[in-house]
Ligand binder design. Structure first.
Ligand SMILES: C[S@@+](CC[C@H](N)C(=O)[O-])C[C@H]1O[C@@H](n2cnc3c(N)ncnc32)[C@H](O)[C@@H]1O
Length: 217
C-alpha cells in the first residue's frame, strides 16, 4: 500500500485556499444536514482536516463526543485548536483510513467531508464495510463530496475543475488518486441507504445523509 497523502504543510493555509477557490460553498455543503446531527451522542469524523465542521458540530450539539481520524498530525492539531473549549470532547487518532479499524461500536454519526475523494472506490467500500459492522442500524453518515453531473455543465465545468483539483493536490500532498470514487455504490453495497441529498453549484458539490440499515457487504 502506498503512503497516504501528506496534508501537514497545508493545515494552516487550508481554510484560506478553500476560501479563495470556493468562497463559502464548501462550508454550506458540509453544514447542509447539521440539524440531523444534533441528537447524535458519539461521532466519528473521518479526515475532517482542520476541523471547522467538527468545531461547529461541538458548539451546536453539547452532548456529542467525537473521535477524529486523520493521517495528518498537523490537521488533527488544527482540529483540536478549532474545537477550543469543547476540545475535551474530542479524541484524535493518527491513522490511515485504508487500514484503520473502528475500536468502538457505539458511533451513531459518521462524518466525511471531502475526504472519501482521497480514496479509491474499493478503499471506500472496505471502509464502509468495516463501519457497517461497527455502528448500530439507524446510525447516520454525513457525506460531502465533489461530483460530475451527467450534463453539459459536468463536461465543460465540473470535470475540468475536479481534474485540476486532483492535479493540484497530487503535487501538494502526494495524493495518488486521480478520479472521484463511486462512493454511493460503495456505501450502498456496504449496507447504508441514502436518506437525503442536496446539490450545490450546479451539481459540482453534493451533500448527502446516509443511514445504516444493518450489516451487509
Ligand atoms: C481534502 S482534505 C478534506 C478536509 C476536510 N474534511 C474538509 O472538509 O475540507 C482531506 C483530509 O483527509 C485526510 N486524509 C486523506 N487521505 C487519508 C487517509 N488515507 N487516511 C487518513 N486521512 C486521510 C487528509 O489528511 C486531510 O485532512
Amino acid at each position: 500500500m502506498n503512503l497516504p497523502p501528506d496534508f501537514d504543510r497545508l493545515a494552516r493555509i487550508y481554510r484560506w485556499m478553500e476560501f479563495m477557490s470556493f468562497g463559502p460553498w464548501l462550508m454550506r455543503c458540509r453544514c447542509a444536514f447539521l440539524d440531523d446531527c444534533c441528537s447524535a451522542q458519539r461521532g466519528l469524523a473521518l479526515g475532517d482536516g482542520d476541523g471547522r465542521f467538527t468545531a461547529r458540530l461541538l458548539r451546536e450539539n453539547r452532548a456529542i463526543r467525537i473521535d477524529a481520524v486523520d493521517a495528518s498530525p498537523a490537521m488533527l492539531n488544527a482540529l483540536v485548536r478549532q474545537a477550543g473549549p469543547h476540545a475535551t470532547r474530542v479524541r484524535t487518532h493518527i491513522a490511515d483510513l485504508r487500514s484503520w479499524q473502528p475500536q468502538s461500536r457505539a458511533y451513531d454519526l459518521i462524518i466525511s467531508h471531502f475526504s472519501l475523494d482521497c480514496l479509491t472506490t474499493s478503499e471506500v467500500h472496505s471502509l464502509a464495510v468495516a463501519l457497517a459492522r461497527a455502528v448500530p442500524p439507524g446510525s447516520l453518515w454525513v457525506v460531502s463530496e465533489f461530483a460530475v453531473p451527467e450534463n453539459w455543465f459536468g463536461w465543460l465545468v465540473a470535470r475540468p475543475t475536479v481534474s485540476a483539483l486532483y492535479r493540484a493536490f497530487g503535487c501538494l500532498t502526494g495524493l495518488q488518486v486521480r478520479n472521484l470514487p463511486d462512493h454511493s455504490t460503495a456505501l450502498r453495497q456496504a449496507g447504508f441507504s441514502l436518506q437525503k441529498r442536496r446539490i450545490w453549484l450546479g451539481g459540482l458539490l453534493t451533500s448527502e445523509l446516509w443511514s445504516a440499515c444493518g450489516e451487509r457487504n
